[in-house]
Design a binder for this molecule. Structure first.
Ligand code: AHG
Ligand code: MN
Ligand code: MN
Length: 329
């Protein structure tokens, strides 16, 4: 089997774009480097007291911060600041955008969820890192602005995630399909393992926190009933890890739909548009699937705030369309 490393793949792909300058390729390599460091430290999380557990504070969204959330955030920030290609970042763990004073000439901004599913760390279940890249709107040479970040998802230049599971896999897109790479820890390289990923159009798996059932909108309850009835009397399978990256990755490979609807406590759901839903929606559409908030394509939502939340229904085309039909009835 021919071994293609992620670096080689990025370089070959860059040659296919006549306008490519190499800046985006360089940026992707820096994100990958940060994720390799997170992978290394996660793998010994149970052994090192400074890694496992709570940081004993809450983030801007009032959620408990784990030491590893902070650690992954710092690593990504450092690697991106060292990269010459990123003029600023936004993160789940930062209240405001962070502009890199020494990188005002750089062309890209990056938004990320440094550690997704972090409540899973202590029990060794899969977690992930999600990222979204935009070309800035403001002039190069000046400090980046909030507008550079608050762009619609369909303007993303690249998006991807790394899942730290039974193996560590990176999946990304630059708008020309989706490719996945598995980390070979013995050589420290991500190698192409899932070329040109396509998600099954139809599936019989649904993923959501069904414990919230009573507070879901009626049309979502209807959809859940449909899943439970299934077809030819066989109910759909419910699979839910509680780590969006992990649930998404499984559904991307095997087919399925991931739902995080609004609840009576949170009319906008739980998940964040800019660094959870948008990047995964970009990947999902590139793989042949769909992503909606029930009323609108996720990628067409005009963001108003950095940490804004949205209901999300994402996955295999036929299942998302069926959900959509129920919502619009
Ligand atoms: P994060 O750890 O980045 O805050 O994200 C957690 C998210 C997402 O990964 C997961 O799918 C969802 O929260 C789970 O929420 P519930 O516990 O409400 O099911
Ligand atoms: Mn998350
Ligand atoms: Mn997170």
């Amino acid at each position: 089997m021919q071994l293609i490393t992620l670096d080689e793949f990025i370089a070959v792909n860059q040659e296919k774009h006549k306008d490519a300058t190499g800046e985006l390729s360089g940026l992707l390599r820096d994100i990958v480097l940060a994720c390799k460091i997170v992978h290394r430290d996660l793998s010994k999380a149970g052994l090192v007291d400074t890694i496992l557990g709570d940081a004993e504070k809450t983030n801007v969204q009032g959620e408990e911060v784990k030491k590893l959330d902070e650690f992954a955030n710092e690593i990504l920030k450092k690697c991106l600041q060292n990269s010459g290609e990123c003029c600023g970042i936004a993160s789940e763990e930062e209240e405001d955008i962070v502009c890199f004073e020494n990188r005002k000439d750089a062309k890209y901004v990056v938004l990320f969820d440094p550690l997704d599913g972090s409540s899973n760390i202590d029990c060794v279940a899969p977690v992930g890192t999600i990222f979204s890249v935009y070309e800035r709107i403001s002039k190069a040479g000046e400090k980046c602005t909030l507008e550079d970040f608050l762009q619609r998802g369909d303007k993303q230049a690249a998006a991807g995630y790394v899942i730290y599971g039974s193996s560590t896999v990176m999946v990304y897109t630059t708008g020309q399909g989706v490719n996945g790479f598995t980390l070979d820890p013995s050589i420290g390289e991500f190698c192409l393992s899932h070329p040109e990923m396509k998600t099954p159009e139809d599936a019989k798996t649904y993923s959501l926190n069904q414990g919230n059932y009573n507070s879901f909108p009626d049309d979502v309850k209807d959809f859940i009933s449909h899943c439970m009835e299934g077809t030819t009397r066989k109910p759909f399978s419910l699979r839910y890890i509680g780590s969006m990256v992990a649930d998404f990755h499984r559904n991307l490979l095997k087919g399925g739909i991931y739902l995080y609807p609004s609840t009576s406590d949170s009319k906008t759901g739980k998940l964040r548009l800019m660094y959870e839903c948008n990047p995964l929606a970009f990947l999902q559409e590139q793989a042949g699937g769909k992503a909606t908030n029930g009323a609108q394509r996720i990628l067409e939502i005009q963001p108003q705030k950095l940490h804004q939340r949205t209901p999300v229904y994402i996955g295999s085309k036929n299942l998302v369309e069926m959900l959509q039909e129920k919502v619009s009835q």
